[in-house]
Design a protein around this ligand. Structure first.
Ligand code: 5GP
Ligand code: ZN
Length: 116
């Protein structure tokens, strides 16, 4: 997908509005426009990648960074102690609706298991 037509690329570049709560040279984190929990943050790499299916071995440090950011941001927004859920939806059966890799950070309520 061309970067200028990808909403998360546009958000990462500052070309589309969002509530950015964290950014660094590799990733941005912003609140989900349609939150599924009291706290719902999306963590996305600046570099476009359609999904986890496109992650190569060389992306392992980036993937680790995204996961570390989840705990760092959970701490920042005050849900680290009570707990949180991290989710990466992939493909049609995984329920992925935005084709730019992102990690969901959800908290502020008790989650159920298994997910729907
Ligand atoms: P997925 O379904 O791909 O795992 O997650 C995509 C998420 O992105 C959804 O939770 C949806 O609410 C959110 N989303 C879609 N478009 C936008 C947008 O333009 N801005 C923000 N902040 N979130 C978006
Ligand atoms: Zn993108």
């Amino acid at each position: 997908m061309a970067e200028n037509s990808c909403i998360f690329c546009r958000i990462a570049a500052g070309d589309a509005p969002s509530n950015i709560i964290y950014k660094d040279e590799l990733a941005v984190a912003f609140t989900d426009v349609d939150p599924k929990a009291p706290s719902h943050v999306l963590i996305a790499p600046r570099e476009h990648m359609d999904s986890l299916n496109d992650a190569a071995r060389g992306d392992e440090p980036l993937l680790g960074h995204l996961l570390r950011l989840a705990s760092k941001i959970a701490n920042q927004i005050g849900i680290a102690e009570t707990g949180f859920r991290t989710v990466v939806n992939t493909g049609e059966d995984g329920g992925q609706s935005v084709q730019h890799l992102h990690l969901h950070l959800l908290g502020g309520r008790k989650m159920t298991w298994p997910p729907g």
